[in-house]
Design a protein around this ligand. Sequence first.
Ligand SMILES: O=c1ccn([C@@H]2O[C@H](COP(=O)(O)OP(=O)(O)O[C@H]3O[C@H](CO)[C@@H](O)[C@H](O)[C@H]3O)[C@@H](O)[C@H]2O)c(=O)[nH]1
Length: 393
Amino acid sequence: MEANYLLVVICNDQSCIADNKSDCNKVERENKYSRESNEKFKEYFDNIKKAKESYQPCDKTKCRCHSNVIQDDLKRFKDGITKELVGNIKTKGTKYQIINHKLYRDPECMFPARCSGIEHFILEILPDLPNMEFIVNTRDWPQIHKQYGAFGPVFSFSKSNDYYDIMYPAWAFWEGGPAIELYPKGIGRWDIHRKQLSKIADEIPWEEKIEKAFFRGSRTSPERDPLVLLSREEPDLADAQYTKNQAWKTDADTLHAVPASEISFAEHCKYKYLFNFRGVAASFRFKHILLCKSLVFHVGNEWLEFFYPALKPWIHYIPVDAKATKSEIRELVEFVKNNDAIAREIAENGYQMIWDNLKMKDVSCYWKKLLKQYAKLLKYEPVMDENVIEIKK
Ligand SMILES: O=c1ccn([C@@H]2O[C@H](COP(=O)(O)OP(=O)(O)O[C@H]3O[C@H](CO)[C@@H](O)[C@H](O)[C@H]3O)[C@@H](O)[C@H]2O)c(=O)[nH]1
């Protein structure tokens, strides 16, 4: 402390002696940094204040927190869905038919385990569903671009605002991957993760969480690089490392480092600050890490799953620009480290939002509302295709 104080005096006095030049520069840098930080911190406080003023808690019953997503996604089809429109896009995914409360689909599914994960939810609600047919895209990437390509109603688990795809709850709530070494059959079974993570969240007090920005995952998007690089430079501030995925070929795929060991969701909860990034499309970890009662930093707001719009920046998570640099990330982490009560409040809000509004019941409820509203838009009575197979429990 004393040494620093002395340096400030010497530097301010414009009387740096040669031996102390680098120290002086360091102090000047630090002063500038703290001036910029103060301005940034003010901006963050303002953002939190504004977010709190405009925040309207949603109705927790009957998956109403997510209802507006269905309205938004179906708006483009408000004039009705014709047989021709479905025909336009039938190659974009797997065709499903519901006829007399039975479920049928194309014999082929590109990713059979993903189809099973989807069918788990549809089979549960069949007694409540009218006749209909629809196309489900099981790839990661959405299919109906607003500016080019075919147009029609395609169900996808994730999209950005550039697409007309209709979001459905991902297969991974039940099964179908992604599979990693730790979860060789896929991360799956959200019901089990919910219970386990909320128990662990209660067992690790906030004060005992490791004060580092944490991330583990593969390099499916370069948006993850700045945090990983920051972690290499400042391991006391961040622990962010790339793991191997099935596409890994050389160390270049882990940004020229040896792949890190995988870390379970439960282990994530030991860290105070957890980062979520997009991958190819949205990545499935957002909901898991929110259940840790740690503070979640959500990078980029472009890629969505159906439940993202209910989560509000500065209320449930800390938003981070998709193009944030290492120093911008450092600044945000410094902000929350200096404002622990705020960090804790946002962490608890994020946890509560997911705990209250993303139960398995909410996922089924969303599927039911989505399919019932979609069916109302169909302008024709579906007739069972010749080659379909019946899907049973
Ligand atoms: O140490 C680890 C590493 C990963 N995971 C989890 O494993 C899953 C896969 O992680 P990662 O390899 O980083 O892939 P993501 O980029 O998150 O997901 C990819 O895989 C998904 C399924 O194909 C796609 O939907 C995404 O768009 C695509 O980016 C995620 O749920 C992670 O949270 C862990 O629990 N521990």
